[in-house]
Write a protein that binds this ligand. Structure first.
Ligand code: FAD
Length: 472
């Protein structure tokens, strides 16, 4: 029997993971992307470059904290060219590695732009200028998302950055206004803050990171209030104009009072939208939902029988690891395996300082959906490891079903929360209860102990805090 054939459009973390698995399962694979190598937004202008720069930001911020421990460093001298070079090298190393992995798997990698001619043919405008028609048996759309803008504020100035141009490090602005208090705005704002920019944030909602539980955000908000210049909540930018030495921004607060301020640069970070531009979806039976994302079922199938879609293009949560998981599901479905995308927990991590991470049910969701729950918290002030790091500003929280004692959700705030959350994800996926977590021996002294101790808090038996169990 001939091998199954699969064509993947878009080589981000969703697309390349799908293509690699398909090749590993013995399929004939074509992977199409506009870039020379696989990587997508995640590697070229998202997760990887931003985390490289956040690593530098952490180093600078820790060097300042060290003064308290009797070690003083001089003010850092920053060579923007070298920093940019290093970040570019990190990206290049990763994407060229992916290119080699595609070659090793004998994947037909085509650099170009694909568009549907009908439900079984693509037109590929190749980077070498040669167009070709490409017949497919099965295709996976993994074209991701692009930056959303506010048309009335789109003033086309070099001083107005988006997440992509901010990562290119054009300058170290004297002052920067970040429009949008979501994770991308706060991460990039933290990078510029560490480099010496006076950073302000304006957010329409009453708090930063609107999707996250407030108690987790409170530690970050406190630290940012100290390091950032201003955090303006329930406020929005209604006008921007460029002057010779900056951008004049008109901000409206919740009482609808307006004020004007000048910033050296502005970073617009208000969200992302589906990348369906020029894809020719109207020539297929693929349907979009009311927000413009491609409609799929739990097997990642669109309304067109041989067309699947995965990753950002199918909507929230727009995260690389969700995209990869969906990519693997789509390929397994094509291979004939009985699988579906039904995770109990998709972790979300905000790589600020402190980091915030959560998985499964949040306390906000439990309240909104009227789900019976008990929240137990272990404050990092009681963690020996956190104290050795000089970072007691954190908390580990479990959302527990009081009847079955199952762990429904985990939330963590503190340095390294992004690594720690993986244990919470495993606990939720495995249907673990608080006793499982309590009885699991955790290494000492580590921050991971805070997960075990939060399970102990549930029983009123945490060694390092005294909080007797309330009788029901
Ligand atoms: C600044 C920033 C930081 C981020 N940080 C994180 C993080 O820390 N963790 C995390 O999980 N997520 C993060 N994300 C989100 C993450 O990057 C995305 O969720 C992820 O890249 C989505 O993967 P994808 O495979 O769906 O598509 P993408 O990565 O968007 O890739 C899509 C690819 O398809 C290509 N393409 C589009 N149309 C066509 C076409 N017609 N023909 C051929 N190719 C096409 C594009 O060029 C692109 O290479 C971040 C995003 C940004 C912007």
């Amino acid at each position: 029997m001939a091998n199954k054939q699969i064509t993947v459009i878009g080589a981000g973390p969703g697309g390349y993971t799908a293509a690699f698995l398909a090749a590993d399962l013995g399929m004939d694979v074509t992977l199409i992307d506009r870039e020379k190598n696989p990587g997508g937004v995640c590697l070229y202008k998202g997760c990887i470059p931003s985390k490289a720069l956040l690593h530098v930001a952490k180093l600078i911020s820790e060097s300042k904290d060290a003064a308290e421990w009797g070690i003083e460093f001089n003010e850092p001298k920053i060579s923007l060219d070298k920093l940019r070079d290093w970040k570019n090298k990190v990206v290049e190393k990763q994407v060229s590695g992916l290119g080699q992995l595609a070659k090793a798997r004998k994947i037909n990698y085509v650099q170009g732009s694909a568009a549907f001619l009908n439900s079984s043919t693509l037109k590929i405008e190749k980077a070498d200028g040669k167009n070709e028609e490409h017949k497919f048996e099965n295709t996976i759309i993994a074209t991701g998302s692009i930056i959303a803008t506010i048309p009335s504020l789109d003033i086309k100035s070099k001083r107005v950055l988006n997440s992509t141009t901010a990562l290119e490090l054009p300058a170290i602005p004297k002052s920067l206004l970040v429009i949008g208090g979501g994770y991308i705005g706060l991460e990039l704002g933290s990078v510029y803050d560490a480099l010496g920019t006076k950073v302000s944030v304006v957010e329409m909602m009453p708090g930063l990171l609107p999707g996250a539980d407030r108690d987790l955000v409170s530690y970050l908000a406190k630290r940012l209030e100290r390091s950032f210049d201003k955090i303006l909540l329930e406020s929005k930018v209604i006008e921007m104009k460029e002057e010779k030495d900056g951008i004049v921004v008109k901000i409206q607060d919740k009482e609808r009072k307006t004020s004007e301020q000048k910033f050296d640069y502005v970073l617009m970070s208000i969200g992302r939208k589906p990348d369906t531009i020029g894809l020719g979806l109207e020539k297929t039976k693929v349907k979009l939902n009311e927000k413009g994302w491609i409609k799929v079922n739990q097997q990642m199938r669109t309304d067109d029988p041989n067309i699947y879609a995965i990753g950002d293009i199918v909507g929230e949560p727009m995260l690389a690891h969700k995209a990869s998981h969906e990519g693997r599901i789509a390929v397994e479905v094509i291979a004939g395996h009985k699988v579906a995308f039904e995770p109990k927990a998709i972790p979300a991590v905000v790589f600020t300082d402190p980091e915030i991470a959560w998985a499964g049910l949040t306390e906000n969701q439990a309240k909104e959906q009227k789900i019976k729950y008990e929240a137990v918290k272990f404050p990092w002030a009681a963690s020996g490891r956190a104290t050795t790091l000089g970072r007691s500003d954190g908390v580990t929280k479990l959302i527990v079903d009081p009847d079955t004692e199952r762990i429904l959700g985990v939330g963590i705030c503190g340095p390294g929360a992004g690594e720690l959350i993986a244990e919470g994800v495993l606990a939720i996926e495995m249907g673990a209860n608080v006793t499982d977590l309590k009885l699991t021996i955790h290494p000492h002294p580590t921050l991971s102990e805070t997960l075990m101790e939060s399970a102990e808090v549930f029983f009123g038996q945490s060694t390092h805090i005294y909080r007797p169990k309330r009788s029901k």
